[in-house]
Design a protein around this ligand. Structure first.
Ligand SMILES: [Zn+2]
Length: 418
């Protein structure tokens, strides 16, 4: 090789190296981590397209959740995540339907991604192509995590509880139960009340494991409750608050959808013989509060359907409530309306759960609490929209903070303590 040839050779090597850097290395997709779920159909290395479906076993809930890690994306390289709805038959109303779930449940307008697995942001709007949707993400040279919405796993519960305990001496974590899968269901008790037996407030999220946004609402509520905000201080001093950020820990940890799982949907398990130990344990605690006539507020946090673009409350039929409960619920809804003002503003019209909503509606947690609580108890479900530009960690946390302010405002506004 003469010197000109060797210069050419080196130049060719440099070109190759540059090309390799621009297109990145081999794309690798993995889901073997807490909450991970996806069924990869194909990876087109040349076109840099990952075709996939949500993961999860339909017998363990609606297969609409997906959360994957992509390695091999170069800095500034764009890759396409090309998503189809799950083609596996799903369950509904407690039975196998023989048909797949509508793909829209799995297809937010914007997907969520992270470059370090901790802070989450929206992608640009996905592009619908036939029955599929295409999201683009840009690499940083390291791994990328991409998901249906901001993930929240048992590890995030641990971090949230530890942080709350650090910030407030009134906060103390507890273990509600061990799941059927042997995992701890953890929660936080927050109270600085001097009076014995203060009003009890119970907040839990994620009875449906795919609804990760509900956990971020619970996180916003928790962060507010242990903060220096005057209303938060007042609530800590005048109530005993229990928060369980993830109820269905098993399905949240394994990346299953949870909703309509066999043998029972977690939120249709609220009767005298619950299948899930965490439901039985929550019932025990709620019954104990009711026995002392201090079950004031029960909040069950969810995410609704893809077309529900405003957060809204689900309530039970008013005719089943005692007079005190009806008055309190009206007051609570008015207070929440004044506080949950955006960026995810509350829809002023609550929806009423009843036989038309679901054949097993009486076994929904909110109804169980209405039936087993006190006459004055407010038992309500908040559905926070997941398919809007504000359905981000910050948007969800704002709803949680405002919900906390609504609870404080409502409790403060009671003319008599109960
Ligand atoms: Zn739900």
């Amino acid at each position: 090789m003469n010197s000109t040839a060797s210069i050419h050779f080196v130049f060719a090597l440099l070109l190759l190296a540059t090309a390799a850097r621009l297109t990145g290395a081999e794309l690798r997709v993995s889901t073997d981590f807490e909450g991970g779920a996806a069924r990869v159909e194909s990876v087109d290395q040349a076109a840099r397209v990952i075709r996939f479906m949500p993961g999860g076993d339909p017998q363990r809930g609606w297969p609409c959740w997906w959360y994957l890690r992509v390695d091999g994306v170069a800095k500034d390289e764009r890759v396409t995540l090309d998503l189809a709805g799950s083609d596996r038959p799903t369950r509904n109303n407690g039975q196998d339907t023989g048909k797949p779930l509508a793909a829209s449940w799995a297809m937010p307008g914007r997907a969520t991604f992270s470059t370090e697995g901790k802070t989450w942001q929206h992608t640009a709007p996905g592009k619908k192509e036939g029955a599929r949707i295409l999201y683009e993400v840009t690499g940083t040279g390291g791994p990328l995590w991409v998901a249906w919405g901001p993930p929240f796993t048992p590890r995030d519960t641990d971090a949230l509880l530890a942080e709350a305990e650090k910030l407030s001496p009134a906060a103390k974590s507890f273990e509600l139960a061990q799941t059927l899968g042997g995992r701890p269901v953890r929660g936080l008790r927050v109270s600085a009340a001097n009076a014995p037996k203060p009003p009890g407030i119970w907040v839990h999220a994620r009875q449906h494991a795919w609804e990760s946004g509900s956990c971020w609402v619970a996180r916003g509520f928790t962060e507010w409750l242990v903060s220096d905000d005057a209303d938060a201080k007042w609530l800590r001093a005048n109530a005993e608050v229990f928060i369980v950020p993830i109820m269905d820990v098993d399905n949240a940890a394994t990346g299953n959808g949870g909703k309509e799982a066999a043998p029972r949907d977690h939120n249709r398990d609220w009767d005298d013989k619950p299948v899930y130990p965490e439901v039985a344990a929550a019932q025990l605690q709620l019954r104990a509060l009711a026995r002392e006539n201090r079950l004031d507020v029960f909040l069950d946090l969810h995410n609704p359907g893809p077309g529900d673009l405003k957060p809204f409350f689900f309530t039970g039929p008013p005719e089943l409530l005692a007079e005190a409960g009806r008055v309190n619920r009206t007051n609570f809804l008015a207070t929440a309306q004044a506080r949950i003002t955006g960026p995810l503003a509350l829809d002023p019209k609550p929806r009423v759960t009843g036989p038309a909503y679901h054949p097993l509606w009486k076994q929904i947690s909110g109804q169980w609490v209405n039936a087993n609580g006190n006459p004055h108890t407010v038992s309500i479900c908040l559905e926070t929209s997941w398919n809007t530009p504000h359905s981000t960690t910050d948007g969800y946390r704002a709803v949680g903070r405002q919900l906390g302010q609504a609870v404080a405002g409502f409790q403060r506004g009671k003319s008599t303590p109960r």
